[in-house]
Design a protein around this ligand. Structure first.
Ligand code: G1P
Length: 597
């Protein structure tokens, strides 16, 4: 479709001081994007300006998201800004970058053409939709320089909900700290942005659309792609679809219930599980994406995915899985709603990794987990003599290891699991991984989990979240705790709760030295490790959008023999200690966590 020539404008703007990307991009309340002048435009310009000009020339950039409220408006702006920032003929491209604040030899006037960053081609998901794992897959497939993902993951959506912008780089994974910092530094001094306001894209038609711009550069091209098909194709190359089809629709089939929680992954579940692998249509629920996720928080945990849990309780279904808004998180359930903790899930997949053909071919290079994730995976790594990496929270830290060929499978306690087929966590992949184990072992989820605990012992794990806490109170608590645990006398200190006695063996503020590039990431959570391997960890969330703070307390205890106890009972003494030494309730007036997982 030919449009144009379209005007390209340079618009003056003023910086915001709060555009530092968090654990996973920039996440804010929708009204922040709506009410603060150019808040969206500024951040998008900073992303474009952060990319080296040479890397931009002739490259593709991917755009898509989970379809949440405000996405359509944001996609329109991103496309208009990509066009205005794009010079697709490198012979006419000036080497100026539009990096406001940097010195420039010429200044473009308000209506002047912008001779600046080149985005050769935009690749946009059909109707603007693309799950986060599919985005990673598409970036890699098209060898793009990166992608802009419009999502706030598992956070609620709608006019009162959250909106988010994530920037992924050429490996398909979240931008690393250095890139995030570059974006932030630019955001502090931005003076103008470039935009092509008349550009209108048809998001509903697959294929290429070109637009002529008034600056006479080569036409700007956008390609609308079927990300579901690209992702499905990747899955076909990883898993044994014939075996999965037999499991799900053969003579001795199992029954499953999959809950897409009104998120973007619904069409992927339908296409792969129902149309291709033969699950009956009613085994997949909430598969039509909605811009407010049906008014629910699209977070696959026992509280927010309670409908699935209820559904599973009657014992009709053998396997259940739920996914979050952008499709990167997963929760796995067995018959009668048996909950597999994400920490156990990645350990079980590791122990059964060769049930997945991809790993039979690629081999297994290493395992990794984020620091607060339980050490269940470490036990499998030790037994199989495979390297284990402990990284800070956030998926970006896994990407470096994968790119260096050192990591094959990883997970986070926050319902993230994935392999090195992409550089994001991948909810549907995790469900297919579990189904591959069931297809190979022909055992129930419960039998597989119990076998695992009997073989390795059990790492009991829980997380308490205190949401929307006063920031000053939260920071003060962390500071006081850090001072307390830094005192030499803290190590060897004993804590007694009823008949349990815990002796501190190690306490620190976790810091990580990346084994690939030696970069150091500090301040990643306060750890108290006891002599029996039990741990208490305190962290402040990096993905909070409310303006308050979220304090996370992670509790873990290892039992070699008593593996069939109630998690909260086993961890109750540790919880008592964690609350006592932090004085969290006293400091905040809270009487309990907002969420326990
Ligand atoms: C949370 C999770 C973390 C995950 C991130 C992005 O971050 O705890 O594991 O990588 O969301 O999905 P947090 O809010 O704890 O910083």
């Amino acid at each position: 479709m030919d449009k144009g020539p379209l005007r390209v404008l340079t618009v003056p703007t003023t910086p915001y001081s709060d555009q530092r990307p968090g654990s996973n991009g920039l996440r804010r309340k929708v009204h922040v994007f709506q009410s603060r002048r150019n808040y969206l435009h500024n951040f998008i310009q900073c992303i474009f300006s952060s990319i080296d000009l040479r890397d931009r020339q002739g490259s593709a950039l991917v755009v898509g998201g989970d379809g949440r409220f405000f996405s359509q408006m944001a996609i329109e702006v991103i496309v208009q800004m990509a066009a205005a920032n794009g010079v697709s003929d490198s012979t006419t491209a000036s080497l100026l970058t539009l990096h406001p604040g940097a010195s420039r030899s010429t200044r473009t006037g308000r209506h002047s053409p912008v001779t600046s960053p080149q985005v050769g081609r935009l690749i946009v998901g059909h109707r603007g939709f693309m799950s986060t794992p599919a985005c990673s897959c598409v970036i890699r497939k098209f060898k793009a320089i990166g992608g802009i993902i419009l999502s706030a993951g598992h956070s609620p959506a709608g006019p009162d909900g959250d909106f988010g912008i994530k920037f992924n780089t050429a490996n398909g994974g979240p931008a690393n700290e250095a890139v995030a910092d570059k974006i932030y530094q630019i955001s502090r001094s931005i003076e103008e942005f470039a935009i092509c306001p008349g550009l209108r894209l048809d998001l509903t038609t697959l294929g290429k659309q070109t637009f002529d711009l008034e600056n006479k550069f080569k036409p700007f091209t956008v390609e609308i792609v079927d990300a579901v098909e690209s992702y499905a194709n990747l899955m076909r190359n990883i898993f044994d679809f014939a075996a999965l089809k037999e499991l799900l629709s053969g003579e001795n089939r199992i029954t499953v219930k999959l809950d897409a929680m009104h998120g973007v992954v619904g069409p992927y579940v339908k296409r792969i599980l129902c149309e291709e692998l033969g699950c009956p249509a009613n085994s997949a629920v909430n598969c039509v994406p909605s811009d407010d996720f049906g008014g629910q928080r699209p977070d696959p945990n026992l509280m927010d995915a309670a409908d699935l849990l209820d559904n599973m309780r009657d014992g009709e279904h053998d396997f259940g899985a739920a996914f979050d808004g952008d499709g990167d998180r997963n929760m796995i359930l067995g018959k009668h709603g048996l909950f597999v903790t994400p920490s156990d899930s990645v350990a079980v997949i590791a122990d059964n990794i060769f049930c997945i053909p991809y790993f039979q071919h690629s081999g297994v290079r290493g395992f990794a987990r984020s620091m607060p994730t339980s050490a269940a995976l470490d036990r499998v790594a030790k037994a199989t003599q495979i390297e284990l990496y402990e990284t800070p929270t956030g998926w970006k830290f896994f990407g470096n290891l994968m790119d260096a060929g050192r990591l094959s499978l990883c997970g986070e306690e926050s319902f993230g699991t994935s392999g090195d087929h992409i550089r994001e966590k991948d909810g549907l992949w995790a469900a297919l991984a579990w189904l591959s184990i069931l297809a190979t072992r022909r055992q129930s989820v419960e039998d597989i989990l119990k076998y695992h605990w009997l073989k390795y012992g059990r790492n009991y794990f829980t997380r308490y979240d205190y949401e929307n806490i006063d920031i000053d109170a939260a920071c003060e608590m962390m500071e006081d705790l850090e001072i307390m645990i830094a005192d030499k006398s803290f190590v060897k200190r004993r804590f007694a709760v009823e008949d349990k006695i815990y002796r501190v063996e190690k306490a620190d503020n976790f810091e990580y030295t990346d084994p690939v590039d030696s970069s150091i990431t500090r301040n990643q959570g306060l750890r108290i490790v006891f002599s029996d391997g039990s741990r208490i960890i305190y962290r402040l969330s990096g993905s909070e959008s409310s303006g308050g703070a979220t304090v996370r307390i992670y509790l873990e205890s290892y039992e070699k023999e008593y593996v069939f106890q109630e998690t909260q009972v086993v961890l109750a003494p540790l919880a008592t200690i964690a609350l006592k030494i932090s004085q969290l309730h006293h400091r905040t007036g809270r009487t309990g966590p907002s969420v326990i997982t």
